[in-house]
Write a protein that binds this ligand. Structure first.
Ligand code: AQP
Length: 340
């Protein structure tokens, strides 16, 4: 992680589209905390408008928004230092997204692989929102004139689109208004894979609960999921090149290395020649040690929903202070009337 980013503004979000997973923790939350520690100005968002691009049961969504916020805080986000809020509390996200829908081109969105993966063969029946997801994401980021965006590898293409939208907006209107953002996609946890299929990304919406470790799983469940994780019959090798054609083995070693905060090679030096029957219990132990304190802190925070709502509302108030002048100026640039 590059800890030298000063006087920059970071924005990132997580969808409350289910229970957050160890992949959201290692690929996103852990890095969010490091950026906060480095003293960077950070705006973190529970992106609930994104979550409804696929069906969410309203009561479950309300709960998931709070739980996502609880996971941010339990992972180490300090709500005094960083801004934490949920997207639907700041209406300018949707307003700017509409303007960006009119800037972005159909051809650009047609190339988005996440839409293709999520819509699958059901494309005709997908929501328009799922197709336009990347323009809302561009609006989330550019509404704060964020300069840096920490994400997992799966979001790389959306960030390139955000850059394209900023450049086209600036060119179309002859301004230097929106920054061209820099993605932060670093470390060995940028793509954590499913525990059931090492070629598929770990996802909170995967049908199989055994495919992921949720930030709500207790110690026994974490250990069980790791025990049942798909592997192969070979011992662990001594170098990462030898893991290249062993996706499940590579994934478990990566998870270990990210949790232990040690390079993959060090993990392999330690476990070279060991079978998964030896490695998995060690991984389970480490996962429990790192994840359980977050889970129990998040559970504690969830017992006071009113307090969590208050934290999100306070965050939204601070977010609006940054966003309001930017959306007003955007309207003015486009030639629209703004509220005085
Ligand atoms: N498998 C992953 N490995 C590393 N990072 C990941 N992230 C997600 N999955 C992985 C990172 O977590 C942040 C929040 O992601 P999101 O909730 O906005 O949406 P997503 O990427 O679509 O995550 P999921 O878990 O797969 O959600 P669903 O199932 O609802 O689509 C992002 O920074 C993401 O890169």
């Amino acid at each position: 992680m590059n800890n030298t980013i000063d006087k920059k503004r970071v924005f990132s979000g997580i969808q409350p589209s289910g229970q957050l997973t160890i992949a959201n923790y290692l690929g996103a939350l852990k890095n969010f905390v490091q950026l906060q520690k480095a003293g960077t100005e950070c705006v973190y968002c529970v992106v609930d408008l994104h979550a409804i691009t696929v069906w969410q049961e309203p009561n479950e969504l309300r709960n998931a928004i709070r739980h996502a916020a609880a996971c941010f805080i339990a992972s180490g986000i300090n709500v005094e230092k960083s801004i934490l809020f949920n997207q639907s509390l700041v209406s300018a996200h949707a307003e700017l997204a509409w303007i960006f829908n009119c800037v972005a081109r159909m051809g650009w969105l047609n190339r988005m692989t996440q839409f293709k993966e999520k819509a699958g063969s059901n494309r005709e029946n997908s929501s328009v929102g799922l197709f336009a997801y990347p323009t809302l994401m561009a609006s989330d980021i550019l509404l704060y004139h964020a300069t840096h965006v920490p994400v997992g590898d799966d979001q790389k293409q959306h960030l390139e689109l955000t850059r394209d939208i900023a450049i086209k907006f600036n060119n179309d209107f002859g301004v230097e208004f929106f920054p061209v953002i820099e993605p932060i996609i670093e470390g060995n946890a940028t793509r954590i894979m499913s525990l059931r299929d090492g070629t598929k990304k770990m996802s909170k919406s995967d049908r199989s609960d055994l495919s992921r470790i949720n930030l709500t799983d207790d110690k026994d469940l974490i250990a069980k999921k790791i025990r049942k994780a798909k592997t192969d019959q070979y011992p662990l090798p001594g170098s990462s090149e030898e893991l290249e054609n062993r996706p499940e083995a590579k994934n478990l070693v990566n998870i270990y290395s990210a949790l232990a905060e040690t390079p993959t090679e060090t993990v392999l030096n330690q476990f070279e020649g060991k079978m998964f029957s030896d490695f998995k219990p060690r991984l389970a132990e480490l996962a429990v040690e790192k994840i359980s304190p977050i889970t129990s802190e998040a559970n504690k925070l969830m017992s006071d929903g009113v307090e969590l709502d208050k934290i999100l509302e306070n965050g939204a108030e601070r977010a609006r202070k940054i966003a309001d002048p930017i959306i007003r100026k955007t309207y003015e640039i486009v030639g629209l009337k703004t509220k005085s």
